[in-house]
Design a protein around this ligand. Structure first.
Ligand code: CA2
Length: 147
């Protein structure tokens, strides 16, 4: 059976490419998912992509990754900075998880500089736009080979 990477995007990321292009770029969520799917396929993985604007929906998506998930690439959006529930869900499923942010959260408002998710993530990529998601898939594939 093909191994699956779960791609999970949080609140407002469904608006990608439509507004705030100066911060988040012009790539739409559908285009981003297609790019990540292609990168996953290059490494022999299937991709399951979920986007939710709700904290509980994101917790459910993280739990769903337990069924056959090889690893998780997650952009928790604004919940990065507020959600102990998402942090605990990632810790609970114990799958290698790469946290991705399109923008550089350290170069923005002070409230974005702390992420509850980072302390349970295997790694964090921030500020590289959509490329960060592709590097996250590559990291999961490579770490999987190395362990
Ligand atoms: O840089 C990132 O990827 C963020 O996770 C994006 C979140 C933000 O709250 C985090 O601090 C950093 C916000 C995503 C909002 O996306 C939009 C896209 C287009 C139009 C409006 C919002």
């Amino acid at each position: 059976m093909q191994r699956t990477i779960f791609l999970i995007n949080g609140p407002n990321l469904n608006l990608l490419g439509t507004r705030k292009v100066e911060v988040y770029g012009t790539t739409t969520l559908a285009e981003l998912v297609a790019m990540v799917e292609a990168e996953a396929a290059l490494h022999g993985f299937a991709l399951t992509a979920v986007q939710s604007n709700h904290e509980g929906g994101l917790v459910d998506a993280i739990h769903a990754a337990r069924a056959g998930g090889f690893g998780i690439v997650i952009n928790p959006g604004a919940y990065s900075h507020t959600s102990v529930a998402i942090r605990d869900a990632i810790e609970g499923v114990a799958l290698p998880t790469i946290e991705v942010h399109l923008s550089n959260i350290y170069a923005r408002e002070p409230f974005r500089r702390h992420s509850f998710v980072s302390e349970v993530a295997r790694g964090v990529i921030t500020g590289l736009g959509p490329v960060g998601y592709l590097l996250a898939v590559r990291a999961l594939a490579t770490l999987g080979d190395v362990r």
